[in-house]
Design a protein. Structure first.
Length: 1121
């Protein structure tokens, strides 16, 4: 059911974690430091890696079956981080000081830097972690089966867990072994674990809220709720579980790794102390309502470990169940990743590297490939760990519950606690005691807690009826006893004593007790000579002493400081203390001390050199005295440094001087730059810059202060990147220039095309206009002769069809060519409807159709001409295809919008035909072939220009509705022109001036108007018009495009100036453009489109004559076609 969704959600979740970790690592690499407050919160939340699927799923299962026995898993760490935080603070300080990479490394350092201790801790930590890792695999498999029970029919639980194991191994390898460098520098890992902790807590809070809602309904339930909690459960098992959890908070490999290895500071702040305990307290509280709801609502057959997931599934809340699955998945993956990092580091460093890579680390060859080999080994180790955990699950975990597996793991990890805690508070323990304690404790754990469940037999020895209580107490008791016995059996070595003093602490120099010794000055010089040579020994004590003089406290302090410079303060103090008391210091111990110190220093130096040699940047590290201590080959090659200059101890000032001299800088500038850079490094200021070298190379330089007062600088040659960027910028600039030029040419071509289309529309329509006017004049001559009238009617129809075709083609060309740009303005919808009604009323009446409109007070913000064109084409189609009934211009309110609608009672359109009809030359499947099939194509293009959509609804044989939705600008009345009652006009003998440069059109207009009884004068331009009509006529009919650059509105103004008055005018033009509309407005004229309808022309002339007779001047008109 939810299996697919769960897999998809888990994949997205893992991808998010990868992104978070990669981003944080990238920010850390750029030197962006995190604020202390944010760091403390992330640290505290990352410690919640402690909360695995045991605490997420198993905690509820434990509470359901054992009541309060679920609480110790949370109570133990809370007690450690509240009452025992002083111990946590000391471990953190020592782990940082010792540069510990794991709990094995830390315990090894405490007990004489023993490799055997590190190996045993690693082996036992690996064995003890297998139950815990098996627990994670089991929980993920069980939760998937709970989400989709149908999976059981196609895959067994073991097979599903095997698939989970493979997926977890791949994720852990990709996430936890991306780098071969040491642990403690994984800012991305820490942040991603903190995010996982938040996800886990939110999921538990969500299901707890759901459970509380269920609990609230209990008053309606007949039976009282059942509670698994009882005071009798606070027993010996409760105490032992609390002890195990407290030990686990410090000793689990993953917990030690996140708490002490990955800590970004060596001191613990107050927020770091309470964030983790507060997290555990909230988690423990939310379990109670979940358990109470689960016990009382869920069937008894559902395992307690799955109650968290079963609650939302039982009530049908699939989304919540999916979120809970992700929470449990986060708990498991967090543990797997961190445990894999910690254990693979321990196994590689403490088991494999000493055996396999020691020769390569101490030698000089093949080091460049060592990092890749170490990384490969870690990945193999991670895969092997997960497979071993799966085998443990097959052998022990199939029938075990989650809490049972978790308890076994905690009991194993608790065996590190005696050595860890006692080693931090007492100097008496040594390497032998630690080894004996580990062996005894893990032997008892194996015999008493692992083998009995595996063999089905009872433990061989019990001190308490509860096998867990008995096994834990016996194993920890045996561990402590063996620790003290082993430490007492063998006298501690000097290295043991030195490391114990370093961890436990020694008295301050000022409080050193007084001592008496039989040693003489000669003995002190002899001791010093063994460490620093005869000459330095003499210089240290000075010439004021005789060999036979007794040794005083001041002399001993000088000797101790000198030896400490070679072997360290703790070792020097132990050596001087033993020597002064007369205790023999065996030569092999002194040699071992030097050998161990030298081995550690050599190993650390090799690792440092290995790390910096395998990065692409040049790296140089200087100490607090500004002397070179480490560098890589890339650095030396970048600046062509000679071998004698690139050596340990070379002042960095000499290197800076060499580089500046190579660039030919003047001496004064060299001295200034050296002083400035040295001051910058001594101050520990970070910097990041790019600088061009003398040879043209561009270097990116990043500097950061190093611990102890040193400074590390990395150099990256970014010349190729910058040259590529410059080339790209140049190419972009060139392309931009080319595009600008091409755009200018395109705009010029568009303007030329617009002018051509305007001229073409005028020249194409002009003959048609003349033809129609001649036909109308001829119709007046043959009135009453039916046959000739029919022929003339067909001729007029053909002219109209040709006109429509030409106009449609021109409109399509303008729209597709980008020659039309919308010019929005406030528009009254009623004005558009008035114009459409005037234009089509005559056509509708000619077909006996009813044409109605709805009045509206709406104003919209749009291009009036384009919107009118849309409505005009829709109305034209409606009247053309409607045979009976009528058409309606309607308005419909839609919230803040309105729909302008054109309804008709025509033949309708089939649904599958609607889209086709918006193509060019596509017409409806009707017998009427009058249309050209371009109207809706023009409508679609025009609507796209306006940013609106044409909506269509049609029912075959009943009619159609075309509409467009626009946002309302405002509601209000539109201004109305003052209406005056006019007497009926008389056209007889009225003098009309017609101005048109096309003689055919001029003669046709004169012929037609003459038939109507008008006195017509015709002219081609202003000069001729004034010559034939020196006085003002009753009306002027003006063409727009005249000869040359002469335009109708300009000619009209010239004539009006000569006449001293403005007669009513009609602008007769073939161009339905904004230019002609604006010209008509300037003239105060009505615009009439060619080829003009004789009826429309006669109506406008009648109106003009009437206005002239009333003494009106020209008024702003509206376009008509």
């Amino acid at each position: 059911m939810l299996f697919g969704a769960a897999i998809a959600a888990a994949t997205l979740y893992l991808a998010l974690l990868f992104w978070i970790a990669a981003r944080q690592d990238r920010l850390a690499g750029w030197g962006r430091a995190m604020s202390a407050q944010k760091r403390d919160w992330i640290y505290g939340l990352s410690l919640a890696v402690y909360c695995t699927s045991w605490t997420f799923f198993g905690g509820v299962g434990s509470a359901a079956s054992s009541g309060w026995h679920y609480l110790p898993i949370y109570l133990g760490p809370i007690l450690v981080f509240t009452f025992g935080f002083g111990l946590v603070r000391r471990i953190l300080a020592q782990a940082t000081a010792q540069h510990s990479t794991s709990i094995a490394d830390f315990l090894s350092a405490r007990y004489g830097k023993s490799g055997i201790v590190a190996a045993l801790v690693t082996i036992f930590a690996t064995i003890g972690s297998l139950p815990y890792m098996a627990l994670q695999l089991q929980s993920v498999g069980a939760s998937l089966l709970a989400l989709d029970p149908d999976l059981k029919a196609s895959v067994t639980a073991e097979e599903l867990v095997l698939l989970v194991t493979g997926s977890m191994a791949l994720f852990a390898i990709l996430f936890g072994s991306r780098r071969a460098d040491r642990a403690g520098e994984n800012a991305g890992l820490v942040l991603s674990i903190a995010v996982e902790s938040v996800v886990k807590l939110l999921a538990l809070l969500a299901v707890a809220g759901f459970a509380i809602a269920i609990v609230a309904d209990w008053p309606q339930v007949l039976a009282p709720p059942i509670s698994p909690f009882s005071a009798s459960q606070f027993d010996a098992r409760f105490a032992v579980l609390t002890l195990l959890a407290a030990c686990a908070a410090l000793c689990l490999p993953r917990q030690f790794h996140m708490g002490f290895v990955e800590a970004q500071t060596d001191h613990a702040s107050a927020p770091m102390q309470w964030i983790f305990p507060a997290y555990l307290a909230v988690t423990s509280l939310v379990i109670v309502p979940i358990v109470l709801a689960g016990i009382n609502v869920l069937p008894a057959s559902i395992p307690g470990d799955m109650m968290v997931l079963a609650l939302p599934l039982e009530r049908g809340f699939a989304g919540l169940a999916l979120f809970v699955f992700i929470g449990g998945f986060a708990a498991s993956t967090g543990m797997i990743v961190v445990a894999s990092v910690a254990l693979s580091t321990m196994i590689t460093n403490d088991l494999i590297s000493p055996l396999v890579f020691r020769r390569e680390l101490l030698g000089t060859g093949h080091r460049t490939r060592l990092a890749a080999r170490v990384l490969l080994v870690r990945r193999i180790v991670i895969a092997a760990l997960l497979f071993a955990a799966y085998l443990f699950y097959l052998g022990f975990g199939i029938t075990a519950n989650l809490a049972g597996l978790g308890t076994l793991a905690f009991a194993a990890m608790a065996q590190f606690a005696p050595g860890l805690v006692l080693g931090m508070i007492s100097r008496q323990g040594n390497k032998i005691g630690m080894i004996c304690g580990l062996l005894a404790g893990f032997a008892c754990w194996l015999i008493l807690l692992i083998l009995p469940p595996a063999s089905g037999q009872s433990p061989v020895f019990l001190i308490h009826p509860d096998p867990l209580v008995s096994g834990v107490l016996i194993s920890l008791g045996a561990n402590c006893a063996a620790y003290w016995a082993g430490s007492a059996l063998r006298r501690e070595t000097l290295v043991d004593a030195a490391q114990a003093a370093a961890f436990v602490g020694m008295a301050a120099p000022g409080t050193r007790p007084a001592f008496t010794t039989a040693k003489r000055i000669a003995d002190v010089r002899l001791l010093l000579a063994q460490f620093v040579g005869q000459k330095r020994a003499l210089e240290t004590l000075g010439a004021g002493y005789r060999d036979s003089d007794p040794v005083d406290a001041q002399t001993m302090a000088k000797a101790e400081r000198t030896i400490a410079g070679v072997i360290g303060t703790p070792s020097a103090r132990m050596l001087i203390s033993s020597w002064s008391q007369g205790d023999p210091v065996p030569l092999e111990q002194v040699v071992a001390m030097f050998d161990e110190t030298n081995r550690r220093l050599s190993f650390s130096g090799d690792l440092l050199q290995l790390a910096i040699e395998n990065i692409d940047q040049g790296v140089a590290l200087v100490d607090a005295d500004m002397n070179l201590v480490a560098w890589n080959t890339h650095y030396q090659e970048m600046f062509e440094l000679p071998d004698d200059l690139a050596s340990v101890g070379t002042p960095i000032a000499d290197l800076i001087r060499f580089n500046l001299e190579q660039g030919g800088a003047p001496q004064q500038e060299i001295d200034d730059q050296i002083a400035r850079r040295l001051e910058h490094m001594r101050a520990g200021r970070k910097h990041r810059m790019e600088r061009e070298q003398h040879d043209g190379r561009i270097m990116r330089i990043v500097g950061n202060p190093a611990p102890g007062g040193g400074y590390v600088t990395s150099y990256s040659d970014v010349t190729a990147d910058r040259r590529a960027e410059q080339a790209l910028e140049q190419k972009v600039s060139e392309r931009t220039q080319q595009l600008s030029e091409a755009n200018a040419k395109l705009e010029a071509a568009t303007r030329s095309k617009t002018r051509f289309l305007a001229a073409a529309s005028h020249d194409l329509i002009q003959p048609l206009n003349a033809a129609r006017l001649f036909a109308s004049a001829l119709a007046e001559e043959v009135r009453g002769r039916d046959r000739l009238e029919a022929l003339l009617k067909d001729l007029d129809g053909s002219i109209i069809s040709a006109d429509r075709l030409i106009r449609a083609l021109l409109d399509i060309s303008k729209l597709d060519g980008g020659g039309i740009s919308p010019k929005p303005e406030p528009v009254a919808v009623d004005d558009i409807f008035d114009e459409i009604m005037r234009e089509f009323l005559v056509q509708a009446e000619a077909k006996n159709l009813t044409m109605r409109r709805v009045h509206t007070r709406a104003w919209i913000h749009t291009d009036r001409a384009l919107l009118t064109s849309v409505v005009r084409n829709l109305m034209s189609n409606a009247i053309r295809y409607t045979r009976s009934g009528g058409v309606l211009l309607g308005v419909k309110r839609c919230g803040r919008d309105i729909e302008l609608c054109v309804f008709d009672t025509g033949p309708g359109i089939a649904e599958e035909e609607v889209e086709r009809l918006f193509g060019e030359f596509k017409r409806g499947r009707t017998a009427d072939r009058e249309g050209l099939g371009l109207g809706l194509a023009i409508v679609k293009r025009t609507a796209a220009l306006l940013g609106v959509e044409i909506m269509t609804r049609s029912i075959p044989d009943r009619g159609s509705k075309f509409s467009v939705r626009l946002e309302v600008l405002r509601w209000g009345p539109q201004p109305k022109a003052e209406q005056r009652r006019r007497r009926a006009p008389t056209l007889a003998d009225a003098r009309i001036l017609v101005v048109d440069n096309d003689r055919a059109a001029l003669n046709a207009t004169a012929a037609l108007l003459g038939k109507w009884g008008l006195n017509v004068s015709g002219a081609a331009g202003a000069a001729e018009a004034l010559e034939i009509s020196p006085t003002c006529p009753a009306a002027v009919i003006m063409d727009f495009r005249l000869d040359e650059e002469e335009r109708g509105d300009g000619t009209y103004e010239v004539l009006c100036a000569a006449w001293g008055t403005r007669p009513p005018a009609i602008l007769l033009t073939a161009e339905a453009s904004e230019e002609t509309e604006a010209a008509a407005a300037r003239m105060g004229a009505n615009r009439l489109m060619k080829p003009s309808s004789p009826a429309a022309l006669r109506a406008l002339i009648s109106d003009c004559v009437a206005r002239r007779s009333d003494g009106d001047q020209a008024e702003v008109g509206s376009a008509m076609s």
